[in-house]
Design a protein around this ligand. Structure first.
Ligand code: FDP
Length: 333
């Protein structure tokens, strides 16, 4: 009989060797706790329509998005879970203007950046949504929130949870990208996608093409190229777009190709990206690179972009290394 698959907590202990010993215990504590929160979020999502938890609260969050009831609930659930770990010094969340400072002290406490319920426009139509998270060292700073700023290369772990037909937990501590599936009967995440390797090239691109008239000319030319028939180079690519970053990145990691959310260049003096750097773009950048892919803004590597504000936005083109390299080339022309 085949061995039973490794659980998330067993896997976390095998990965601890990748981390400096001081951080290893805290990282495992925080990631394990996020896994448990994810199982609770999955349950809540399954019952949301029955419990009158769909729809808007009335009001906008720190980045101006309309807030849904599940966004608020997800934020509060994440705050109390992370507080309980004693390993998290602050949480930067999409749903709070300022970092939520926690009591955990010590040089090796962590700062977590998270979007507890990402892709919330999909909630009311029973589409996939996700949770995205990123861990950085607090370096014993107090307040700890500012330690979340800086480059994506400072992340010591990152991951996401996708709530789809199954609940999937994907994470990295800088030693490959690994995927788990929730066994609902036990509440355990089991290793189903060890060491994900993104194909070098894909056949699919995901982008909100309704925004085509706002794109940088290089972006427009690149998508035009992807749609142009050429048997030898496998074009045209197919378009798939779910509208939830986690679902679109998950497909891209497994099947290859591209997920792109370019900036709005209507005013070339002031390009306006949409997705948030600290809890969307940078963690996905690390996961994709750890799976052998690339993540770029069109002008530079995502992980090199320095965050100076908690809710800073960044453009992103991520996926198969050869596809992303080609996109960068179109931006340079
Ligand atoms: P949402 O606004 O529904 O929360 O970050 C937000 C996000 O979803 C991403 O998950 C998704 O990739 C993107 O925005 C979708 O934006 P568009 O509706 O503009 O395509």
């Amino acid at each position: 009989m085949a061995d039973s698959p490794m659980t998330l907590s067993e896997h976390l202990s095998t990965q601890q060797a990748a981390l400096s010993t001081e951080h290893a215990r805290n990282v495992a504590a925080v990631l394990g706790r996020i896994g448990r929160v994810a199982a609770v979020i999955a349950q809540e999502l399954a019952h949301a329509a029955l419990r009158d938890q769909l729809g808007y609260v009335g009001g906008a969050n720190a980045t101006g998005d309309q807030v849904k009831k599940l966004d608020v609930w997800g934020h509060e659930t994440m705050v109390s879970a992370l507080r309980e770990t004693g390993a998290c010094a602050a949480l930067v969340s999409e749903e709070a203007t300022d970092p939520v400072e926690m009591d955990a002290g010590g040089t090796h406490a962590l700062v977590v950046c998270a979007d507890p319920v990402d892709g919330s426009s999909n909630l009311d139509v029973n589409g996939s949504v996700g949770t995205i998270f990123s861990l950085k060292p607090s370096r014993g700073k107090s307040p700890a929130g500012p330690a979340a700023l800086g480059a994506g290369t400072d992340q010591i772990a990152a991951g996401y949870v996708m709530y789809g037909p199954a609940t999937t937990f994907v994470y990295t501590v800088g030693r490959g990208t690994h995927g788990f599936t929730l066994a609902p009967e036990t509440g355990e995440f089991l290793l189903t996608h060890p060491d994900i390797r993104i194909p070098k090239r894909g056949k699919i691109y995901g982008i909100n093409e309704g925004n085509v008239n706002t794109w940088h000319p290089g972006q427009r030319a690149f998508v035009e190229y992807l749609k142009t028939k050429d048997k030898a180079s496998g074009r045209p690519y197919s378009l798939r777009y779910s509208g939830a970053m986690v679902a679109d990145v998950h497909r891209t990691l497994l099947d290859g190709g591209l997920f792109m959310y370019p900036a709005d260049w209507s005013d070339p003096a002031k390009p306006k990206p949409k997705l948030r750097l600290l809890y969307e773009v940078a963690p996905m950048g690390l996961l994709v690179e750890q799976a052998g892919g690339r993540a770029s803004t069109g002008f530079e590597r995502v992980l090199d972009v320095v965050a100076t504000e908690y809710h800073q936005r960044a453009a992103v083109i991520l996926g198969s290394p050869e596809d992303v390299a080609m996109a960068d080339e179109f931006y340079r022309r």
